[in-house]
Ligand binder design. Structure first.
Ligand SMILES: [Zn+2]
Length: 463
């Protein structure tokens, strides 16, 4: 159990209030609820006043000094200096820190881990509960790292991400706001399939292949099932993948017509389509077919960049993971083919990122986390700056820009009145050193405190 400094503070405050008011109510009755949220909790119900030493609002404004942020009923209500805290509200002192909006991860796999890259066929035996337990753990790590909104772009076992999302939304587990995709839409043996070259399709449990499609019509049907099942976004594997058996990242796997069929179904339901596309042709096919984001975009050419700009198709380029993967993959004995393809794509993707950024293409923060440890998402900020972004651009790519392409800019992505009270704090100035963002000290989500500046996570994972 944590012996909370906050509790002592409240008791002190209570005594003081009693002394001033002469009130005879027991002190404990008038105290605010404890600072750290514990499961189960009521999501987005927090009331708190946060005093920030500095504040970056996520929308590109200057860095403000000594700002108070008021969150009521889970939403930002006032931001400024000289705000009087409403009676009875708890105050979180972050005057030694820089506050930012809760960070947004546009490309994650919340049920899976790099540890499985030694042999993906281990998934054949994983149960629903195995994946759920992993997902709960990774969700906690995501929140502790400051990523309070996450787009989960696929899992092999169909719909486990939906169950995780719903647990988080009930307050039964600590985790980010999740957009989920249900399962991958992919060709047989494609980047979203677990089929090894020469392997038997019959050996793979059907629950792991719900989105494997053989024709335009099958893609259409499976996309409709993704929509009907309650997904928030639809994921297609348009080109070969790095971390899949037998795929060539630069080569198309889905046809233009197949991608277009999925887009038609998704857009009719108001959902966006995220297209995994490394190769130049698949990138252009996906944009022309109406996909809303291009994931990886490794071999994007000048025409592809121009198309992305023209169509406002956001590029999610996971340029942060490669060095870690190459080093660890060797040590851990990952599948040799995966390691080879990681080496082949790492630098070329960074060069592409630099060209895309210089040309003015829309770019948002996404790391493909799972291919490196959950909670390490923040390492990508420094790479984005190294390859051309300003620190403020990198921060916005994970706040207001990401929120816009999620379709959630009316909820998250900035510290602004009316938005959900998601806020993180770091020690120092991330505009001078973006690596500070790898070490988030405090996390508030929906006005509830999940991490405090002593480095301790708030609660254990709910079972
Ligand atoms: Zn991915």
């Amino acid at each position: 159990m944590r012996s909370s400094w906050r509790l002592r503070k409240y008791m002190l405050k209570g005594v003081l209030l009693l002394a001033l008011s002469g009130c005879s109510e027991p002190a404990v009755e008038s105290l605010p609820t404890a600072g750290l949220a514990e499961v189960p909790y009521q999501p987005d119900s927090g009331n708190i006043m946060i005093q920030c030493g500095a504040l970056i609002d996520g929308r590109g404004g200057e860095m403000f000094r000594n700002v108070s942020v008021l969150i009521e009923a889970g939403h930002f209500t006032r931001i400024g200096s000289g705000i009087e805290p409403p009676a009875g509200i708890e105050v979180l002192d972050l005057t030694a820190y820089t506050c930012l909006p809760g960070l947004i991860e546009m490309h994650a796999h919340m049920l899976e881990s790099f540890e499985e890259l030694v042999d993906l066929t281990m998934y054949y035996d994983y149960s629903h509960e195995d994946f759920m337990q992993a997902g709960r753990q990774y969700s906690r790590l995501s929140v502790d790292a400051g990523f309070t909104s996450v787009r989960n772009l696929g899992n092999y076992y169909a719909w486990v991400d939906r169950d995780l999302r719903d647990e988080i939304n009930r307050g039964a587990v600590v985790g980010p706001r999740l957009q989920i995709s249900g399962y991958y839409l992919t060709i047989p043996g494609g980047g979203g399939d677990l089929l090894e070259p020469g392997g038997s399709e019959a050996a793979i449990p059907a629950r792991l292949r719900q989105g494997v499609s053989r024709s335009v019509e099958e893609f259409r049907q499976h996309a409709q099932a993704v929509v009907d099942g309650g997904a928030d976004v639809v994921k297609v594997i348009a080109s070969g993948a790095v971390l899949a058996y037998g795929g060539v990242p630069g080569d198309p796997e889905m046809t233009f017509e197949e991608i277009a069929a999925v887009v038609e179904v998704a857009h009719a339901a108001g959902l966006k389509v995220a297209a995994h596309a490394h190769g130049a042709q698949s990138i252009k096919d996906s944009i022309r077919a109406g996909a809303d984001s291009i994931e990886h975009a490794t071999y994007i050419d000048a025409e592809g960049i121009a198309l992305a700009i023209e169509n406002d198709t956001v590029l999610i380029m996971d340029i942060g993971a490669g060095d870690w993967m190459i080093e660890q993959g060797r040590k851990q004995g990952w599948v040799e083919e995966f390691l080879r393809k990681t080496i082949e794509t790492t630098q070329v993707q960074r060069e592409s990122f630099r060209r895309a950024h210089a040309a003015g293409a829309p770019l948002a923060f996404g790391t493909d986390v799972a291919i490196f440890p959950h909670g390490m998402n923040g390492i990508q900020f420094a790479y984005m700056v190294e390859w051309g972004m300003t620190p403020m651009e990198a921060i916005q790519s994970a706040t207001s820009v990401a929120a816009r392409y999620l379709g959630w800019d009316d909820r998250v992505g900035a510290i602004a009145p009316g938005l959900l009270g998601d806020l993180v704090a770091v020690k120092g100035n991330p505009l001078e050193d973006t690596s500070i963002l790898e070490d988030v000290q405090a996390v508030v989500k929906g006005g509830l405190v999940f991490k405090l500046p002593n480095g301790q996570p708030a609660t254990a994972v709910a079972e």
